[in-house]
Design a protein around this ligand. Structure first.
Ligand code: RTP
Ligand code: MG
Length: 141
């Protein structure tokens, strides 16, 4: 299986809950390595740019407001099948529908405050990693 990279964000609700370490432990237990990381409080422009694909959706403004409501932890993860593996660890977008034992089932409150973001395809993963990290700050290992 291919070694991939994916972009993960621990959203403001999960940072506020102080579960960054618990979420990192799940990445590591699943064989995903953190190859880049930084904490940030996104500006409105950064959040709008990151979620530009959802600009026309009715939930766009709420999504942006939530993403700028507090600091986030941003990381690139690397490993076999990393994109799908991370989304499996995350669980469904709506925590009420997320499988037991997933990050969203265990830590998320609502479809807005849903604890984590994960890239959904190889091309979006590459674009999202480049959005937050210059190549010199990604450490393949
Ligand atoms: P993410 O991009 O954050 O990893 O989440 P996702 O792929 O599971 O979901 P996506 O469809 O990409 O939506 C991005 C974020 O927008 C919020 N959302 N709200 N109210 C709604 O119907 C609705 N749908 C999506 C969620 O916070 C979702 O994570
Ligand atoms: Mg998405």
């Amino acid at each position: 299986m291919a070694i991939e990279r994916t972009l993960s964000i621990i959203k403001p609700d999960a940072v506020a809950k102080n579960v960054i370490g618990q979420i990192y432990s799940r990445f590591e237990a699943a064989g995903l390595k953190v190859v880049a990381a930084r904490m940030a409080h996104l500006s409105r422009a950064e959040a709008e740019g990151f979620y530009a694909v959802h600009k026309a959706r009715p939930f766009f403004n709420d999504l942006v407001e939530f993403m700028i409501s507090g600091p986030v932890m941003i990381q690139a993860l690397e490993g076999e099948n990393a994109i799908a593996k991370n989304r499996e660890l995350m669980g469904a977008t709506n925590p009420k529908e997320a499988a037991a034992g997933t990050i969203r089932a265990d830590f998320a409150e609502s479809i807005d405050a849903n604890a984590v973001h994960g890239s959904d395809a190889p091309e979006t993963a590459a674009n999202e990693i480049a959005y937050f990290f210059p190549a010199s700050q990604v450490f393949s290992r």
